[in-house]
Design a protein around this ligand. Structure first.
Ligand code: B1M
Length: 212
């Protein structure tokens, strides 16, 4: 457990090398990846957010902590992906226009992949045109939208509205998530579903394509 505290501190302090090394040794010692994620890594990023709100951290500190989180995530990702799931469908995922946060989106993508989905990751700052293009050219079953800022949540509505305007809204499922997003907001903007975290996104996506 002492070692796991080191992982927490390494992420909060932005020490990517230590974060990676501790994650590797924890996995080698048999610590479940979900435990590392939910009890150590996500709480560490929450602490980074708290320090930012308290004006103790600024954007550069957020960036180096995010890098440490990413390095540790790279270590645990293959272990999170359970494997063996039946192919369930194709998902185009992205963080919406104006938003550059991608850690949660990457986690959702990794878990969906583990849940049997083929992933088309459109990256960050993705607008309606790119999601529509992916839908048209890649035959996606689900469009997955992530937003971390209250100011970028309206981009989700714009994307759904563009799918309606293009006459294809009923041909594809659209799911939304991210820290400020709620089930109520998802309903208001006409999404097919909302999930609070990466694991429940898999359950939601599988149920939407009838692979539940
Ligand atoms: Co920013 N940031 N940030 N940031 N950042 C937040 C989000 C903030 C809450 C910090 C704070 O004030 N406490 C705040 C938003 C306030 C608000 O709008 N409500 C904030 C702000 C204000 C900003 C800037 C505006 C700061 C500035 O420049 N003044 C700026 C905006 C830039 C932009 O996007 N245009 C900014 C920039 C950044 C960095 C680039 C420096 C960096 C991101 C680096 C990166 O992602 N590559 C960063 C970071 C690291 C954070 C915090 C500290 C951590 C985010 C994170 O990675 N969490 C964050 C505070 C916090 O969250 N505690 C903060 C860990 C991750 C695993 O969780 O992303 O929530 P999360 O994903 C979860 C769920 O939300 C869900 O599943 C995931 C796993 O369980 N989920 C989905 C996510 N997407 C989903 C999609 C789904 C389903 C579930 O279906 C499709």
């Amino acid at each position: 457990m002492e070692n796991l505290k080191t992982l927490y501190t390494a992420i909060v302090e932005g020490d990517a090398k230590t974060a990676k090394a501790v994650a590797e040794s924890a996995i080698a010692a048999g610590v479940p990846p979900q435990q590392l994620l939910n009890e150590i890594m996500i709480p560490a990023m929450d602490e980074v957010g708290r320090l930012f709100e308290a004006n103790e951290y600024f954007v550069p500190e957020l960036l180096i902590s995010a890098r440490a989180m990413k390095w540790a995530l790279e270590v645990i990702k293959p272990h999170l992906i359970a494997g063996g799931a039946q192919p369930a469908g194709r998902v185009a995922i992205g963080t919406v226009k104006g938003d550059l946060h991608d850690i949660g989106k990457n986690l959702v993508a990794a878990m969906l992949e583990g849940g049997g989905f083929e992933i088309i990751d459109l990256g960050v700052d993705v607008g309606a045109d790119q999601f529509l293009e992916a839908y048209r050219t890649k035959q996606v079953d689900i469009v997955a939208l992530s937003a971390l800022l209250t100011t970028t949540m309206p981009s989700m509505k714009q994307i759904i509205d563009e799918f309606k305007a293009a006459g294809v809204r009923d041909k594809v499922k659209i799911i939304v998530g991210g820290a400020p997003v709620t089930a109520e907001y998802a309903g208001e903007i006409g999404a097919d579903g909302y999930s609070e975290n990466a694991s429940s996104a898999v359950t939601l996506a599988r149920s939407l394509v009838g692979a539940g």
